[in-house]
Design a protein around this ligand. Structure first.
Ligand code: HEM
Length: 458
């Protein structure tokens, strides 16, 4: 009996010690460390909202974002900073360009100072990308845009660079034009009616990417990134992920079969062909696995799809409320191409279009933040950043507002929901009276309710 009592006492003591240690660890992680870091950063002049136990600043950030999203922007204001990143705007004002915020107990240094941003983005080995959350990793895979492994990045980046060479891009023009013409044919039935260009460009960009990356027509339909984040249902995400994977595997197998039977010139000269060549290559160091082929296709699709979709839609929105710039863009297009199909040489001469796209990227950039991490203590500018920090680069404060804006003379044209715009060689646009100006961020900055315009053939 005595020995049983001893055993109970021993186990209880162990449990007590274990509990105390667990409590100390939790207390250390959730209270002591955040407070120590806050003091350390404050001593270097870096302030920030106070850390709150367990939640950090997540609750106040969600509240601010919810409030900002509860109304739409009036007068088509381009000042979208207060809407998509209200917390950063507020803390930029009260704490400075660089400040510390907390995602739970994870510390983030928010950086808006151009010199520091340059330094971080120029030193990719010192500031690697942030590791993806498990669900995101599952969906996006580990491709060039997401891998945190420098050797893997280098290998994949070489392949990706090929796809963006001038000649590769030139060879993509006919496919892109063919897809745009298909879209314009669809628009023929909508003369005088409302269309949502955001929806239509979703189809167009998806079609272009599928044909460019995989030389497949749009038989497989990849979902947009947003689809994954509309639902918290992991099972649904898994199903979608599996669907995408299976579609790519089918295309890969078909391509490999064609290469073996000699139907196709080796693996083809599109991006998938390039990846398959690397997969079957003799050089062990450069060879990539089937999973890497699949992840690379996924990454290119996701990185290219919704960004381009949103950019095109925002461009149409801006042109719809600025008929003067519409006119200029149309004149330029007509001068260079008349009613002919655009050609590569002429495309390079589209100066006004280039300005319009750059200005759209400035005002409505689909990507407004970059995530990096700090693995070892590091000096950034005059700051010493301890290991374990995440860096959140916010480019909104650099770009936001109407300053230097080619679309700045907006006040008069704004009243014009009925303002007419010449958008292409074939159509003019009027912004639909039903359009609601509601930019929001869900990974990328997109029009929450689409971009509805009235279409008028010329
Ligand atoms: C308006 C259109 C686009 C915008 C605004 C945009 C923006 C960006 C930004 C800001 C990054 C850097 C992210 C970071 O370093 O954290 C990036 C990376 C990347 N983008 Fe895009 N992108 C666009 C279109 C595309 C397209 C069409 C493709 C491919 C078809 C693409 C493929 C990639 C890839 C592969 C990376 C990773 C590069 C690397 O890490 O080396 N993007 N993009």
């Amino acid at each position: 009996m005595k020995s049983l009592g001893d055993l109970v006492i021993t186990i209880s003591s162990f449990l007590c010690v274990f509990l105390v240690l667990a409590l100390i660890t939790i207390f250390h992680k959730l209270w002591w460390t955040p407070n120590r870091i806050q003091k350390l950063m404050a001593s270097q002049g870096i302030k920030g909202p106070s850390y709150r136990f367990i939640h950090g600043n997540t609750k106040e950030i969600s509240k601010m974002k919810k409030e900002a999203m509860s109304t739409s922007l009036t007068n088509f204001s381009h000042d979208i900073f207060s809407r998509v990143q209200p917390h950063i705007l507020l803390w930029n004002k009260s704490c400075g360009k660089n400040f510390v915020q907390w995602y739970g107990c994870q510390v983030q240094l928010v950086i808006s100072e151009p010199e520091l941003i340059k330094e971080i983005l120029n030193k990719k080995d010192t500031y690697p990308k942030r590791k993806l959350l498990p669900l995101m990793k599952k969906i996006f895979g580990e491709g060039v845009a997401t891998t945190t492994n420098p050797q893997k990045w280098e290998k994949l980046r070489k392949l990706a660079d090929h796809a963006f060479h001038g000649d590769s891009l030139k060879s993509m023009i006919p496919t892109t034009i063919a897809s745009a013409e298909t879209m314009l044919k669809r628009w023929k039935n909508h003369d005088g009616k409302e269309i949502d260009v955001y929806e239509d460009f979703r189809l167009l960009t998806s079609e272009v990417l599928c044909s460019l990356l995989l030389k497949t027509s749009f038989k497989i339909r990849f979902p947009g990134i947003s689809k994954f984040f509309k639902t918290s249902d992991e099972i649904e995400s898994e199903k979608l992920e599996k669907g995408i994977r299976d579609s790519i595997v089918d295309i890969v197998k078909k391509r490999e079969k064609e290469a073996m039977t000699g139907e196709e010139n080796k693996f083809g000269n599109d991006f998938l062909g390039l990846l398959l060549k690397a997969h079957h290559g003799a050089d062990d160091n450069q060879r990539i696995s089937v999973d890497e082929v699949i992840d690379e296709c996924k990454i290119f699709y996701f990185a290219g799809h919704e960004t381009t979709n949103a950019l095109l839609a925002w461009t149409i929105f801006l042109l719809a409320i600025h008929p003067d710039w519409q006119e200029e863009a149309r004149n330029e297009v007509l001068q260079l191409f008349g009613k002919q199909t655009p050609n590569p040489d002429g495309l390079a001469k589209l100066k006004t279009m280039g300005m319009i796209i750059n200005e759209t990227l400035r005002l409505y950039s689909p990507v407004i933040s970059y995530d990096r991490r700090v693995d070892r203590e590091i000096r950034l500018g005059n700051l010493i950043i301890p290991a374990g920090f995440e860096l959140y680069i916010s480019t909104m404060s650099l770009n936001s507002g109407d300053k230097m804006c080619i679309f700045s003379n907006q006040s008069d044209s704004l009243k014009g929901q009925d303002c007419s715009v010449n958008d292409s060689q074939n159509y003019s646009f009027t912004l639909s009276p039903g359009y609601v100006h509601s930019p929001y961020e869900n990974l990328i900055v997109r029009p929450q309710h689409g971009v509805q315009v009235m279409l008028h053939s010329l």
